[in-house]
Design a protein around this ligand. Sequence first.
Ligand code: FES
Ligand SMILES: [Fe+2]
Length: 471
Amino acid sequence: MTITHSRTDGPDPEGFLGTAITSTRAAVGTAVDSTPGASAGAVAGAPPQRPVQVPTARYRSPAFAAVEADRLWPRVWQIACSVDHVAEPGDFFEYRAGPLSVLIVRGDDGVLRAFQNACRHRGNVICTGAGSGLTELRCGFHNWTYDLTGRLRQVPSRQGFGALRNDDLPLVPAAVGAFGRLVFVNLDTDAEPLESWLDGVPADVAWAGLDEFRCQARVSVPIEANWKVISEGFSETYHVQGLHSQMLGCLDDVNSAQQVLGRHSVSRQPYGVPSPRLGRNVAPQTVWDSFIVTQGGRMGISEPCAVPAIPDGRSVRDVIAEHIRAHQWASRGADLTRFSTEEVTSLQQYNLFPNATMLVSADLVSVLVSVPGLATDRAELVAMNFARSPTADAPRSRPFDATVPLDQADFGAVLNQDLALLKHAQVGVRQPGLTHFTLSGEEIRIITMHRTLERFLGGDPAELPGGAMTG
Ligand code: FES
Ligand SMILES: [Fe+2]
Protein backbone atom coordinates (compact mmCIF):
# COMPACT_ATOMS: atom_id res chain seq x y z
CA MET A 1 0.00 0.00 0.00
CA THR A 2 1.33 3.39 -0.88
CA ILE A 3 0.22 6.47 0.92
CA THR A 4 0.89 9.58 -1.04
CA HIS A 5 0.95 12.98 0.49
CA SER A 6 1.83 14.82 -2.63
CA ARG A 7 3.51 18.08 -2.07
CA THR A 8 1.26 19.62 -4.62
CA ASP A 9 -2.18 18.39 -3.67
CA GLY A 10 -2.36 18.35 0.07
CA PRO A 11 -0.76 19.14 3.36
CA ASP A 12 2.90 18.60 2.99
CA PRO A 13 5.08 18.05 5.95
CA GLU A 14 7.85 17.90 3.40
CA GLY A 15 7.94 21.49 2.61
CA PHE A 16 8.55 22.11 6.24
CA LEU A 17 10.72 19.27 7.28
CA GLY A 18 13.84 20.42 5.63
CA THR A 19 13.28 23.89 6.98
CA ALA A 20 15.92 26.34 7.83
CA ILE A 21 19.38 25.89 9.08
CA THR A 22 19.20 27.76 12.31
CA SER A 23 21.32 30.29 14.02
CA THR A 24 24.84 29.29 14.81
CA ARG A 25 24.70 31.69 17.72
CA ALA A 26 22.60 29.37 19.84
CA ALA A 27 24.26 28.56 23.11
CA VAL A 28 24.97 24.89 23.37
CA GLY A 29 23.50 23.16 26.36
CA THR A 30 21.93 26.35 27.61
CA ALA A 31 18.39 27.64 27.54
CA VAL A 32 18.96 30.44 25.10
CA ASP A 33 15.68 32.27 25.57
CA SER A 34 12.70 30.95 27.41
CA THR A 35 10.49 33.95 26.83
CA PRO A 36 7.20 32.84 25.27
CA GLY A 37 6.49 34.70 22.10
CA ALA A 38 9.93 36.15 21.86
CA SER A 39 10.50 37.44 18.37
CA ALA A 40 12.43 35.70 15.66
CA GLY A 41 16.11 36.26 15.97
CA ALA A 42 15.96 36.64 19.74
CA VAL A 43 18.61 34.07 20.33
CA ALA A 44 21.04 34.66 23.12
CA GLY A 45 24.34 33.03 23.85
CA ALA A 46 27.54 32.47 22.03
CA PRO A 47 29.00 29.73 19.87
CA PRO A 48 30.43 26.84 21.84
CA GLN A 49 34.11 26.53 22.41
CA ARG A 50 33.95 22.95 21.25
CA PRO A 51 31.33 20.46 20.03
CA VAL A 52 28.97 18.67 22.34
CA GLN A 53 29.48 14.92 22.34
CA VAL A 54 26.54 12.58 22.85
CA PRO A 55 27.29 8.93 23.67
CA THR A 56 25.95 6.61 20.99
CA ALA A 57 25.09 4.18 23.78
CA ARG A 58 22.03 6.35 24.30
CA TYR A 59 20.78 5.15 20.92
CA ARG A 60 21.82 1.51 20.92
CA SER A 61 22.11 0.27 24.48
CA PRO A 62 19.27 -1.96 25.69
CA ALA A 63 20.25 -0.93 29.21
CA PHE A 64 19.72 2.74 28.38
CA ALA A 65 16.40 1.93 26.70
CA ALA A 66 15.39 -0.01 29.80
CA VAL A 67 16.00 3.07 31.94
CA GLU A 68 13.90 5.12 29.52
CA ALA A 69 11.16 2.50 29.73
CA ASP A 70 11.28 2.71 33.51
CA ARG A 71 11.73 6.42 34.13
CA LEU A 72 10.69 8.33 31.02
CA TRP A 73 7.78 6.84 29.12
CA PRO A 74 5.53 6.08 32.11
CA ARG A 75 6.03 9.64 33.41
CA VAL A 76 5.95 11.91 30.39
CA TRP A 77 3.19 13.59 28.40
CA GLN A 78 3.16 12.17 24.89
CA ILE A 79 1.05 12.85 21.81
CA ALA A 80 -1.31 9.94 21.16
CA CYS A 81 -3.74 11.08 18.48
CA SER A 82 -5.82 14.06 17.44
CA VAL A 83 -8.98 15.40 19.03
CA ASP A 84 -10.64 14.48 15.74
CA HIS A 85 -10.02 10.80 16.47
CA VAL A 86 -12.01 10.99 19.69
CA ALA A 87 -14.42 13.86 19.14
CA GLU A 88 -17.75 12.08 19.74
CA PRO A 89 -19.10 9.96 22.64
CA GLY A 90 -18.10 6.35 22.06
CA ASP A 91 -15.00 7.22 20.01
CA PHE A 92 -11.85 5.43 21.11
CA PHE A 93 -8.18 5.26 20.21
CA GLU A 94 -5.48 2.90 21.40
CA TYR A 95 -2.03 4.45 21.72
CA ARG A 96 0.98 2.16 21.94
CA ALA A 97 4.51 3.19 22.82
CA GLY A 98 6.94 0.35 23.41
CA PRO A 99 5.29 -1.91 25.99
CA LEU A 100 2.73 0.72 26.96
CA SER A 101 -0.85 0.70 25.72
CA VAL A 102 -3.23 3.49 26.61
CA LEU A 103 -6.91 3.43 25.72
CA ILE A 104 -8.47 6.84 25.11
CA VAL A 105 -12.27 7.01 25.23
CA ARG A 106 -14.81 9.82 24.87
CA GLY A 107 -17.56 9.09 27.39
CA ASP A 108 -21.31 9.49 27.08
CA ASP A 109 -20.87 12.63 29.13
CA GLY A 110 -18.50 14.07 26.53
CA VAL A 111 -15.50 13.76 28.84
CA LEU A 112 -12.26 12.43 27.40
CA ARG A 113 -10.68 9.73 29.57
CA ALA A 114 -7.69 7.45 29.28
CA PHE A 115 -6.92 4.09 30.84
CA GLN A 116 -4.06 1.67 30.97
CA ASN A 117 -5.28 -0.86 28.45
CA ALA A 118 -5.50 -3.87 30.75
CA CYS A 119 -8.46 -5.79 32.07
CA ARG A 120 -8.51 -6.08 35.85
CA HIS A 121 -9.21 -9.81 35.58
CA ARG A 122 -6.13 -11.21 33.84
CA GLY A 123 -4.83 -8.28 31.90
CA ASN A 124 -6.20 -8.78 28.45
CA VAL A 125 -6.27 -5.60 26.37
CA ILE A 126 -9.70 -3.99 26.37
CA CYS A 127 -9.63 -2.40 22.90
CA THR A 128 -7.14 -2.26 20.06
CA GLY A 129 -6.98 0.12 17.14
CA ALA A 130 -9.46 2.95 16.88
CA GLY A 131 -13.13 3.35 16.21
CA SER A 132 -16.51 4.75 17.17
CA GLY A 133 -19.79 3.75 18.73
CA LEU A 134 -18.65 2.19 21.99
CA THR A 135 -21.34 2.00 24.65
CA GLU A 136 -19.27 -0.08 27.07
CA LEU A 137 -15.80 -1.55 27.39
CA ARG A 138 -16.09 -5.31 27.20
CA CYS A 139 -13.04 -7.52 27.56
CA GLY A 140 -13.12 -10.20 24.91
CA PHE A 141 -11.49 -12.84 27.08
CA HIS A 142 -14.07 -13.56 29.78
CA ASN A 143 -16.52 -10.70 29.21
CA TRP A 144 -15.76 -8.53 32.17
CA THR A 145 -17.49 -5.28 31.24
CA TYR A 146 -16.75 -1.69 32.20
CA ASP A 147 -18.67 1.49 31.47
CA LEU A 148 -17.04 4.30 29.50
CA THR A 149 -15.83 5.89 32.74
CA GLY A 150 -13.83 2.71 33.40
CA ARG A 151 -16.03 1.44 36.22
CA LEU A 152 -16.45 -2.32 36.35
CA ARG A 153 -20.10 -3.16 36.02
CA GLN A 154 -20.42 -6.80 35.00
CA VAL A 155 -18.53 -9.99 35.93
CA PRO A 156 -19.80 -13.31 34.56
CA SER A 157 -20.14 -16.07 37.18
CA ARG A 158 -19.41 -13.52 39.84
CA GLN A 159 -20.04 -15.92 42.71
CA GLY A 160 -16.87 -17.83 41.86
CA PHE A 161 -14.76 -14.85 42.98
CA GLY A 162 -16.23 -14.67 46.45
CA ALA A 163 -16.55 -11.11 47.70
CA LEU A 164 -15.71 -8.95 44.67
CA ARG A 165 -16.74 -5.30 44.65
CA ASN A 166 -17.05 -3.50 41.32
CA ASP A 167 -15.82 -0.29 42.84
CA ASP A 168 -12.54 -1.93 43.78
CA LEU A 169 -11.62 -2.87 40.22
CA PRO A 170 -12.00 0.01 37.76
CA LEU A 171 -9.71 0.27 34.79
CA VAL A 172 -6.47 1.93 35.85
CA PRO A 173 -6.72 5.56 34.75
CA ALA A 174 -4.12 7.52 32.84
CA ALA A 175 -3.95 11.28 32.53
CA VAL A 176 -5.24 12.79 29.30
CA GLY A 177 -5.34 16.32 27.97
CA ALA A 178 -5.62 18.29 24.76
CA PHE A 179 -3.59 21.13 23.36
CA GLY A 180 -4.95 22.55 20.14
CA ARG A 181 -6.10 19.48 18.24
CA LEU A 182 -3.56 17.17 19.85
CA VAL A 183 -4.45 14.58 22.49
CA PHE A 184 -1.70 13.89 25.02
CA VAL A 185 -1.59 11.05 27.53
CA ASN A 186 0.52 10.42 30.59
CA LEU A 187 0.48 7.20 32.59
CA ASP A 188 1.41 9.17 35.69
CA THR A 189 -1.86 10.55 37.02
CA ASP A 190 0.12 12.71 39.44
CA ALA A 191 2.06 14.28 36.61
CA GLU A 192 2.39 18.00 36.16
CA PRO A 193 -0.67 19.35 34.31
CA LEU A 194 -0.32 19.37 30.55
CA GLU A 195 -0.69 23.13 30.33
CA SER A 196 2.31 23.81 32.53
CA TRP A 197 4.22 20.91 31.01
CA LEU A 198 4.05 22.68 27.67
CA ASP A 199 5.92 25.65 29.15
CA GLY A 200 5.74 28.65 26.82
CA VAL A 201 4.56 26.78 23.73
CA PRO A 202 0.79 27.50 23.91
CA ALA A 203 1.37 31.23 24.33
CA ASP A 204 4.00 31.25 21.63
CA VAL A 205 1.72 29.60 19.06
CA ALA A 206 -1.53 31.32 20.08
CA TRP A 207 -1.39 33.54 17.00
CA ALA A 208 -2.07 30.52 14.77
CA GLY A 209 -5.49 29.62 16.19
CA LEU A 210 -4.83 25.88 16.43
CA ASP A 211 -8.47 25.14 17.28
CA GLU A 212 -9.39 25.91 13.67
CA PHE A 213 -7.37 22.98 12.36
CA ARG A 214 -8.73 19.50 11.70
CA CYS A 215 -6.73 16.31 11.41
CA GLN A 216 -6.82 14.73 7.99
CA ALA A 217 -4.56 11.73 8.42
CA ARG A 218 -2.42 9.85 10.91
CA VAL A 219 0.09 7.65 9.15
CA SER A 220 2.53 5.43 10.98
CA VAL A 221 5.77 4.19 9.42
CA PRO A 222 7.80 1.52 11.27
CA ILE A 223 11.52 2.25 11.12
CA GLU A 224 14.49 0.19 12.27
CA ALA A 225 16.05 2.89 14.38
CA ASN A 226 16.04 4.16 17.90
CA TRP A 227 13.30 6.69 18.54
CA LYS A 228 15.86 9.44 19.16
CA VAL A 229 17.58 8.87 15.82
CA ILE A 230 14.24 9.56 14.16
CA SER A 231 13.11 12.51 16.23
CA GLU A 232 16.50 14.18 16.00
CA GLY A 233 16.23 14.07 12.22
CA PHE A 234 13.40 16.57 12.70
CA SER A 235 15.12 18.61 15.39
CA GLU A 236 17.66 20.48 13.35
CA THR A 237 17.86 22.10 9.97
CA TYR A 238 21.58 21.83 9.60
CA HIS A 239 20.88 19.02 7.15
CA VAL A 240 19.01 21.18 4.63
CA GLN A 241 22.14 22.13 2.72
CA GLY A 242 23.15 18.49 2.52
CA LEU A 243 19.93 16.55 2.11
CA HIS A 244 17.38 19.12 0.90
CA SER A 245 19.40 21.64 -1.10
CA GLN A 246 16.40 22.19 -3.38
CA MET A 247 14.88 24.22 -0.53
CA LEU A 248 17.62 26.85 -0.44
CA GLY A 249 15.97 28.90 -3.17
CA CYS A 250 13.00 29.74 -0.95
CA LEU A 251 14.33 29.50 2.58
CA ASP A 252 16.53 31.93 4.48
CA ASP A 253 18.29 29.32 6.51
CA VAL A 254 20.94 31.71 7.80
CA ASN A 255 18.65 34.23 9.46
CA SER A 256 16.35 31.75 11.12
CA ALA A 257 16.39 31.62 14.88
CA GLN A 258 16.03 29.03 17.59
CA GLN A 259 14.72 29.40 21.09
CA VAL A 260 14.45 27.07 24.03
CA LEU A 261 11.05 27.15 25.70
CA GLY A 262 11.74 25.30 28.94
CA ARG A 263 12.02 21.61 28.02
CA HIS A 264 10.81 22.31 24.51
CA SER A 265 12.24 24.43 21.73
CA VAL A 266 11.28 26.23 18.55
CA SER A 267 12.88 27.17 15.28
CA ARG A 268 11.42 30.05 13.24
CA GLN A 269 12.05 29.78 9.55
CA PRO A 270 11.25 32.36 6.87
CA TYR A 271 10.14 30.93 3.55
CA GLY A 272 9.62 32.86 0.34
CA VAL A 273 13.09 34.37 0.60
CA PRO A 274 16.30 32.80 -0.67
CA SER A 275 19.14 31.49 1.39
CA PRO A 276 22.08 33.87 1.63
CA ARG A 277 24.10 30.80 0.74
CA LEU A 278 22.96 31.37 -2.85
CA GLY A 279 24.51 34.84 -3.03
CA ARG A 280 23.10 38.34 -3.16
CA ASN A 281 21.31 38.41 -6.49
CA VAL A 282 18.80 35.61 -6.44
CA ALA A 283 16.09 36.11 -9.04
CA PRO A 284 12.44 36.03 -7.91
CA GLN A 285 11.95 33.21 -10.41
CA THR A 286 14.42 31.09 -8.43
CA VAL A 287 12.49 31.70 -5.22
CA TRP A 288 9.21 30.93 -6.95
CA ASP A 289 10.52 27.72 -8.52
CA SER A 290 11.95 26.46 -5.24
CA PHE A 291 8.71 27.16 -3.41
CA ILE A 292 6.68 25.27 -6.02
CA VAL A 293 9.03 22.30 -5.91
CA THR A 294 8.94 22.04 -2.13
CA GLN A 295 5.45 23.21 -1.17
CA GLY A 296 3.57 24.41 -4.23
CA GLY A 297 0.45 22.57 -3.03
CA ARG A 298 -0.11 25.35 -0.52
CA MET A 299 -0.71 27.63 -3.51
CA GLY A 300 -2.48 25.01 -5.61
CA ILE A 301 0.40 25.03 -8.07
CA SER A 302 2.15 21.81 -9.00
CA GLU A 303 4.09 22.60 -12.16
CA PRO A 304 6.93 25.03 -12.77
CA CYS A 305 5.70 28.31 -14.22
CA ALA A 306 6.70 31.94 -14.65
CA VAL A 307 6.64 33.98 -11.48
CA PRO A 308 3.63 36.33 -11.53
CA ALA A 309 4.16 40.05 -11.91
CA ILE A 310 5.36 41.54 -8.63
CA PRO A 311 3.70 44.90 -7.87
CA ASP A 312 5.88 47.87 -7.00
CA GLY A 313 6.88 47.84 -3.38
CA ARG A 314 6.06 44.17 -2.99
CA SER A 315 8.24 41.09 -3.03
CA VAL A 316 7.99 37.58 -4.39
CA ARG A 317 7.32 36.58 -0.78
CA ASP A 318 4.22 38.81 -0.78
CA VAL A 319 3.08 37.20 -4.03
CA ILE A 320 3.52 33.72 -2.57
CA ALA A 321 1.56 34.70 0.54
CA GLU A 322 -1.24 36.07 -1.63
CA HIS A 323 -1.41 32.87 -3.64
CA ILE A 324 -1.57 30.79 -0.46
CA ARG A 325 -4.40 32.93 0.90
CA ALA A 326 -6.31 32.66 -2.36
CA HIS A 327 -5.90 28.90 -2.62
CA GLN A 328 -6.83 28.20 0.98
CA TRP A 329 -9.95 30.32 0.61
CA ALA A 330 -10.96 28.68 -2.67
CA SER A 331 -10.22 25.11 -1.62
CA ARG A 332 -11.22 25.08 2.06
CA GLY A 333 -13.01 28.32 2.81
CA ALA A 334 -10.19 29.14 5.22
CA ASP A 335 -9.77 32.89 5.53
CA LEU A 336 -6.10 33.81 6.01
CA THR A 337 -6.48 37.53 5.44
CA ARG A 338 -5.75 38.23 9.10
CA PHE A 339 -2.28 36.79 8.72
CA SER A 340 0.60 38.89 7.48
CA THR A 341 2.96 37.84 4.73
CA GLU A 342 5.49 36.84 7.35
CA GLU A 343 2.95 34.75 9.25
CA VAL A 344 1.74 33.01 6.09
CA THR A 345 5.18 32.23 4.75
CA SER A 346 7.08 31.50 7.97
CA LEU A 347 7.22 28.16 9.67
CA GLN A 348 7.38 27.68 13.42
CA GLN A 349 8.87 24.30 14.19
CA TYR A 350 8.30 23.27 17.79
CA ASN A 351 10.16 20.36 19.28
CA LEU A 352 8.08 19.01 22.13
CA PHE A 353 9.98 16.91 24.62
CA PRO A 354 10.60 14.08 24.33
CA ASN A 355 9.67 12.87 20.86
CA ALA A 356 7.49 15.19 18.79
CA THR A 357 7.88 18.04 16.38
CA MET A 358 4.94 20.30 15.54
CA LEU A 359 5.26 22.38 12.37
CA VAL A 360 2.94 25.35 12.30
CA SER A 361 2.13 27.78 9.52
CA ALA A 362 -0.99 29.83 8.91
CA ASP A 363 -2.62 27.26 6.64
CA LEU A 364 -1.44 23.90 7.89
CA VAL A 365 0.02 22.03 10.79
CA SER A 366 2.03 18.83 10.66
CA VAL A 367 3.02 16.79 13.67
CA LEU A 368 5.69 14.10 13.62
CA VAL A 369 6.02 11.78 16.59
CA SER A 370 8.77 9.23 17.02
CA VAL A 371 7.15 6.46 19.03
CA PRO A 372 9.47 3.92 20.67
CA GLY A 373 9.13 0.29 19.73
CA LEU A 374 9.59 -2.90 21.70
CA ALA A 375 13.31 -3.03 20.98
CA THR A 376 16.02 -0.38 21.32
CA ASP A 377 16.37 -0.06 17.56
CA ARG A 378 12.71 -0.13 16.62
CA ALA A 379 10.35 2.83 16.43
CA GLU A 380 7.51 4.28 14.41
CA LEU A 381 7.37 7.66 12.77
CA VAL A 382 3.80 8.86 13.17
CA ALA A 383 2.81 11.75 10.90
CA MET A 384 -0.38 13.70 11.51
CA ASN A 385 -1.49 16.36 9.06
CA PHE A 386 -3.96 19.11 9.87
CA ALA A 387 -5.63 21.64 7.57
CA ARG A 388 -7.31 24.87 8.62
CA SER A 389 -11.09 24.84 8.61
CA PRO A 390 -13.31 27.85 8.07
CA THR A 391 -14.18 28.10 11.79
CA ALA A 392 -13.12 26.75 15.16
CA ASP A 393 -16.42 24.84 15.49
CA ALA A 394 -16.26 23.22 12.05
CA PRO A 395 -17.20 19.51 12.20
CA ARG A 396 -14.48 16.93 12.11
CA SER A 397 -14.32 14.20 9.57
CA ARG A 398 -12.72 11.07 10.87
CA PRO A 399 -9.00 11.12 10.04
CA PHE A 400 -7.53 8.58 7.67
CA ASP A 401 -5.35 6.16 9.66
CA ALA A 402 -2.81 3.75 8.23
CA THR A 403 0.41 1.94 8.95
CA VAL A 404 2.68 1.90 5.92
CA PRO A 405 5.95 -0.01 5.42
CA LEU A 406 8.91 2.30 5.05
CA ASP A 407 9.67 1.14 1.52
CA GLN A 408 6.11 1.98 0.46
CA ALA A 409 5.71 5.29 2.22
CA ASP A 410 5.52 8.28 -0.10
CA PHE A 411 5.29 11.58 1.72
CA GLY A 412 6.57 13.75 -1.10
CA ALA A 413 10.07 14.44 -2.32
CA VAL A 414 11.56 16.21 0.67
CA LEU A 415 10.25 13.95 3.41
CA ASN A 416 11.09 10.95 1.26
CA GLN A 417 14.68 12.15 1.42
CA ASP A 418 14.42 12.05 5.21
CA LEU A 419 12.83 8.60 5.16
CA ALA A 420 15.49 7.23 2.81
CA LEU A 421 18.14 8.47 5.18
CA LEU A 422 16.43 7.07 8.26
CA LYS A 423 16.26 3.65 6.61
CA HIS A 424 19.97 3.19 7.28
CA ALA A 425 20.62 5.67 10.08
CA GLN A 426 20.84 3.05 12.81
CA VAL A 427 23.48 1.08 10.87
CA GLY A 428 26.16 3.63 11.65
CA VAL A 429 24.97 3.99 15.22
CA ARG A 430 25.62 0.28 15.80
CA GLN A 431 29.29 0.43 14.83
CA PRO A 432 31.42 -0.10 17.92
CA GLY A 433 34.02 2.50 17.00
CA LEU A 434 31.44 5.28 16.91
CA THR A 435 31.32 6.13 20.57
CA HIS A 436 29.87 9.65 20.34
CA PHE A 437 27.97 11.98 18.06
CA THR A 438 29.54 15.41 17.59
CA LEU A 439 27.02 18.24 17.71
CA SER A 440 27.08 21.87 16.70
CA GLY A 441 25.40 24.83 18.31
CA GLU A 442 23.00 24.64 15.37
CA GLU A 443 21.79 21.40 16.93
CA ILE A 444 20.72 23.11 20.15
CA ARG A 445 17.29 21.49 20.05
CA ILE A 446 18.81 18.02 20.13
CA ILE A 447 21.08 19.01 22.97
CA THR A 448 18.14 20.49 24.87
CA MET A 449 16.29 17.19 24.51
CA HIS A 450 19.24 15.25 25.91
CA ARG A 451 19.64 17.62 28.85
CA THR A 452 15.96 17.20 29.69
CA LEU A 453 16.22 13.46 29.23
CA GLU A 454 19.02 13.37 31.76
CA ARG A 455 16.78 15.00 34.32
CA PHE A 456 14.17 12.28 33.83
CA LEU A 457 16.61 9.42 33.87
CA GLY A 458 18.85 10.70 36.61
CA GLY A 459 21.73 10.79 34.17
CA ASP A 460 25.00 12.58 34.58
CA PRO A 461 25.29 15.81 32.55
CA ALA A 462 29.02 15.10 32.34
CA GLU A 463 28.12 12.34 29.90
CA LEU A 464 27.71 15.10 27.31
CA PRO A 465 31.08 16.85 27.34
CA GLY A 466 31.82 19.95 25.38
CA GLY A 467 29.84 23.02 24.54
CA ALA A 468 31.38 25.49 26.96
CA MET A 469 30.49 29.06 26.15
CA THR A 470 32.93 31.63 24.94
CA GLY A 471 31.17 34.58 26.43
S1 FES B 1 -8.89 -10.99 31.12
FE1 FES B 1 -10.55 -9.66 30.81
S2 FES B 1 -12.27 -10.82 31.36
FE2 FES B 1 -10.62 -12.14 31.75
FE1 LIG C 1 14.74 16.74 6.48
